[in-house]
Design a protein around this ligand. Structure first.
Ligand SMILES: [Zn+2]
Length: 67
């Protein structure tokens, strides 16, 4: 099986997929880790969360889409 060659998977996530009333979306992240890093900043600035609780982080991971 051949991977890559310009068609690397991208990771996407939208806040609303975990029940947030929020239109924020992460697109074109290159890894799950990158999505979580972006969301850490977003959660802090937009949702006033100092940290993402582990149960929410799990939910986020389950809702990250690979495209
Ligand atoms: Zn949000």
């Amino acid at each position: 099986m051949v991977f890559g060659f310009g068609k690397k998977k991208k990771y996407e996530f939208s806040c609303s997929s975990v029940g947030m009333n929020c239109g924020f979306e992460v697109k074109n992240a290159s890894s799950e880790q990158e999505v979580l890093e972006i969301l850490k900043v977003h959660a802090k600035t937009a949702h006033g969360m100092k940290e993402i609780p582990s149960d929410v982080a799990e939910k986020i991971k389950q809702n990250i889409k690979k495209v």
